[in-house]
Ligand binder design. Structure first.
Ligand SMILES: NC(=O)c1ccc[n+]([C@@H]2O[C@H](COP(=O)([O-])OP(=O)(O)OC[C@H]3O[C@@H](n4cnc5c(N)ncnc54)[C@H](OP(=O)(O)O)[C@@H]3O)[C@@H](O)[C@H]2O)c1
Length: 232
């Protein structure tokens, strides 16, 4: 762990059985209109949103703020209309024809020495941050760089592999999880946290801040508990 990194909020919708997509890794469309509004409201508070390449490959686009009140709110806070949208990809293997690259948003790439190579001569990303540790992202370097670039608050929007890496690096401060009334099942369907998993004895622990029910969904807000000696 390290000091002076951005505050990171994980925002995701899950099925009752903890899946974030079905076994085809389809884009998750099972949240209600209330959940979409909740997601947009969270994004509107951020300097940047971060998502894994798998999520971008599934959706092809990213969620822009379109609600006029939220846009007005950002303007009143002297924030740009849209947060920076940061794709995390070790390989850099992203289809430049994705609709994402035509969306009117600031786009950054967080990648490795290998990943940066195919984006060297391009104008699709405004900024490319290389922060590598053994072929994966070095979160300490990445977040220190992001902090110096004005990213004080970041929403991590999935998927499960990205969230696993952030948790392992102790870089998650809170979770905003919507539990949706659907069961997806399937051993290959992605869950909220992928990766190797944590043994119970040393698993990240959380503290419930609030639980709100809107129609059939439950909106949970959990804060990550810090290990002694780490950032409070
Ligand atoms: N329910 C929801 O709210 C929600 C939200 C978002 C996504 N989803 C679903 O989640 C699924 C995608 O999740 P996923 O777990 O398969 O993929 P993911 O976490 O979105 O993306 C995984 C990819 O991101 C890059 N990456 C992630 N962590 C990395 C790290 N620590 N270091 C280097 N690169 C890293 C790698 O890209 P490269 O392969 O390019 O190296 C990796 O293959 C989709 O089906 C999507 O529909 C659901």
């Amino acid at each position: 762990m390290f000091e002076s990194r951005p505050f990171v909020t994980v925002v995701l919708a899950i099925s009752l059985d903890g899946k974030i997509a079905d076994r085809h890794h389809s884009p998750a469309r099972f949240g209600s209109a209330a959940d979409k509004h909740h997601l947009e409201t969270q994004i509107a508070q951020m300097d940047a949103v971060l998502f894994g390449a798998g999520t971008l490959r599934a959706y092809g686009t990213t969620l822009r703020i379109s609600n006029p009140e939220l846009l007005q709110q950002r303007q009143a806070q002297n924030k740009p209309p849209q947060p920076v949208h940061i794709v995390c990809s070790a390989s850099g293997n992203l289809d430049p024809q994705l609709a994402f690259f035509r969306q009117p948003i600031p786009r950054w790439l967080l990648t490795t020495e290998i990943g940066v190579q195919q984006w060297a001569d391009q104008d699709r990303f405004e900024r490319i941050i290389v922060a590598e540790q053994s072929g994966s992202i070095d979160w300490k370097t990445a977040f220190q760089t992001l902090a110096t670039l004005g990213c004080d608050r970041i929403a991590a929007l999935g998927g499960g592999e990205l969230i696993a890496g952030l948790l392992a690096a102790e870089c998650v401060d809170e979770f905003r999880i919507t539990v949706c009334p659907i069961i997806l099942g399937g051993r290959t369907a992605p869950t909220l946290v992928e990766g190797a998993g944590f043994l119970e004895a040393i698993a990240p622990r959380l503290e419930l801040i609030s639980a709100q029910t809107i129609n059939q969904e439950v909106f949970l807000h959990y804060r990550a508990k810090r290990k002694i000696g780490n950032r409070q």
